[in-house]
Design a protein around this ligand. Structure first.
Ligand code: NDP
Length: 314
């Protein structure tokens, strides 16, 4: 019997995973990550979120690792995991749809100065603006990363009337989106945008990519939406840009340290909206269905989409 070990949501949630898999793939043996009676040699597949370093390497017959999220940085940061074992990310329609909803809300919040009205409300102040608000068509929104999520986000922003640009590692063509690619076109892309939406994976190339200097290159009024991973943005630079008004506003869902510590200055940064890494998370039944599809494909020896490429680093 094929054995799947699950570390996703803790022991409180495990019975829910077990019930879902019992329905979708009754022939699968589903075991809890911390089950002391489980022989690591018995495990074929692991479904994980933030596995403790060294644990995956101690499973000698592991055939694939499935991330319970779209990001895999929580696995690849473990120096002991073997890059020869397939690592597969989560990503289906629900994840993409939720991300598009979140980003549209975030960009509209920046367009309509929501952080300013929130601050005024907290101080019980009736503050009106001197000029009419901008229209969506006035704002150039640049989507960094045109992958499984970025492309859907870019299309949604186009449909909402924004002037949309995109930037990726390789060349893309998306209707209605002006596409840039590669390091060589990064400055040309950034200098055209008011708002940057970060949907890049965290890799050696993207870590620390968004600096004060890069934010300075944006058109005014400028904004940042980070829904990718905290370390892609230099947190101290982001704070400085917000405090100095170089950056007009930010919507932040991801951080260097999560949960964001209570003493982080970001909580009190001017014109920033903070959410606790909730931009997109597919329901457990949807994710269980994707896991089962992936397991069936792997068992048949087929190639699976959304497989981590150790050479590209994402
Ligand atoms: P994909 O791997 O499908 O897409 C990544 C995109 O980034 C691709 O377009 C790729 O270019 C581009 N890219 C990678 N490296 C570079 C680089 N050095 N320079 C320029 N472009 C680069 O990822 P997803 O769209 O599925 O997910 C993106 C990220 O979103 C995840 O890694 C995760 O961290 C985050 N996420 C956050 C969630 C949340 O709730 N906040 C939920 C889900 C995901 P190319 O197309 O040329 O390969």
């Amino acid at each position: 019997m094929t054995c799947l070990v699950v570390k996703a949501g803790g022991s409180r949630v495990f019975p829910q995973w077990k019930a879902l898999f019992a329905e979708l793939m009754p022939e699968l043996e589903v075991r809890e990550w911390d089950d002391p009676t489980l022989d690591p040699a018995r495990i074929d597949y692991a479904l994980v979120w933030q596995p403790e370093p060294g644990r995956l390497a101690a499973m000698p017959n592991l055939r694939a690792i499935l991330s319970v999220a779209a990001g895999v940085d929580h696995v690849v940061s473990d120096p002991s995991w073997s890059r020869s074992i397939p690592l597969i990310r989560m990503g289906e329609e629900q994840t993409r749809g939720q991300m598009a909803d979140y980003v549209l809300w975030a960009v509209l919040s920046l367009l309509r100065d929501v952080p300013r009205w929130q601050a005024a409300q907290a101080a019980a102040q009736w503050v009106r603006r001197e000029c009419a608000p901008l229209l969506s068509s006035d704002l150039r929104v640049g989507v960094m990363g045109l992958g499984s999520l970025g492309e859907v986000v870019a299309r949604r922003l186009v449909a909402a009337g924004f002037d949309v640009l995109g930037w990726s590692r390789s060349q893309h063509e998306i209707e209605g989106v002006t596409c840039f690619w590669g390091e060589g076109q990064q400055t040309a892309f950034v200098t055209e945008c008011h708002v940057l939406v970060c949907l890049l994976p965290e890799t050696d190339q993207t870590r620390g990519l968004i600096t004060y200097e890069l934010l300075q290159q944006l058109r005014q009024p400028s904004g940042l939406v980070n829904v990718a991973r905290g370390p892609i943005v230099v947190e101290a630079d982001l704070l400085r840009a917000l405090e100095e008004g170089v950056l007009h506003g930010a919507v932040l869902d991801v951080f260097d340290h999560e949960p964001l510590p209570a003493d982080s200055a970001l909580w009190r940064a001017p014109r920033a909206i903070i959410t606790p890494h909730i931009a997109s998370e597919a329901s457990r039944p949807v994710r269980a269905r994707q896991v089962v599809q992936t397991l069936h494909a792997l068992e048949r020896g087929e190639d699976v989409p959304l497989r981590y490429d150790p050479v590209r680093g994402y």
